[in-house]
Design a protein around this ligand. Sequence first.
Ligand code: NAD
Length: 308
Amino acid sequence: MTAAKTFSRVAVVGCGWMGGQIARVYAAAGLTVHLVDSDPAAVERTRASLGRWSSQVIEAGLDEIEEVKFVQEAVFEDMQAKQDLFAELGRRLAPDVVLATNTSGINISEIAARCREPARVLGVHWVSPAYVIPVVEVIPGPQTAPGVVDASCSFLRAIGKRPVVCRREIPGFLVNRIKEVLVNEALELVAGGYASAEDVDAVVRWAIAPRLALWGPLRAQDLQSNKKTVAAVARYLYEKTGDARFRPPRLLEEAVAAGHLGIASGRGYYSYEGLDKETLLRYRDQSLVAILAYLEGRDDDAFWRGPA
Ligand SMILES: NC(=O)c1ccc[n+]([C@@H]2O[C@H](COP(=O)([O-])OP(=O)(O)OC[C@H]3O[C@@H](n4cnc5c(N)ncnc54)[C@H](O)[C@@H]3O)[C@@H](O)[C@H]2O)c1
């Protein structure tokens, strides 16, 4: 049986902003989706937004979802609300029903604290708009069974998503921790009067983000500079600011000590052995030219100026 088949019938509990988007992904994948919300208007809005997939939706109460094998919770980001709900789901549903929370960053163990069989509770955290963004974070708590993580990842792959596993729970998980560091610093720079909002956005759009989109931060660093230089910049920044956010990361220092300097040495955080350096640099540059040409061609600024 395929994973999608295993969870051919799912429930979404909490049909607001995110629950509605997640329901759309499940329905578009051909699953039967039970919609549960304490506010009937939220269920109606979600059903109406599903268009041709609305026939796959069943409006339900918590007492009408015994047949589902996978519950996706997306209620308010409120500890008490989530704990109460998971306690109730635990009481009502068979122990093999997977209970997934869309929390943006609350520890899974806390949400599962009063749930019977916490081994079946995990985070399945979507990024808005859920029907567009491919990554879904999967977060086990300390008590989550490995089989529940594997089954959830297979299920998400089968419906066309790219699951990433945050192996141990940590507040904010992966997406929000990485994103918040960048966005918070951007806001601080604007608030401090160091640059305009437009120039801060321009730095990210035209210098940083194209590399991140192509390779992510780790490989981007491998491809960009010799890590000795990167470490020197990091140490200076830390010395000057004393700010823990800028402390040179352990993995950077270890890479420098081991001589894993990036493509300069054939190895950084990743290995480039067997790849010709000139070919690699050409590929890097062509990739950047392609993504920048795409961005240049969009005339985004004109769109944000609005109709003339
Ligand atoms: N908004 C985002 O971009 C985003 C992104 C990722 C994750 N999340 C997470 O998704 C969850 C939902 O966020 P949202 O922005 O969709 O909230 P929202 O306020 O739009 O929707 C929450 C819905 O849950 C319903 N609800 C509340 N308690 C309930 C209960 N006990 N039983 C049934 N329904 C209940 C409400 O009526 C409402 O329709 C939160 O945990 C949030 O952190 C949000």
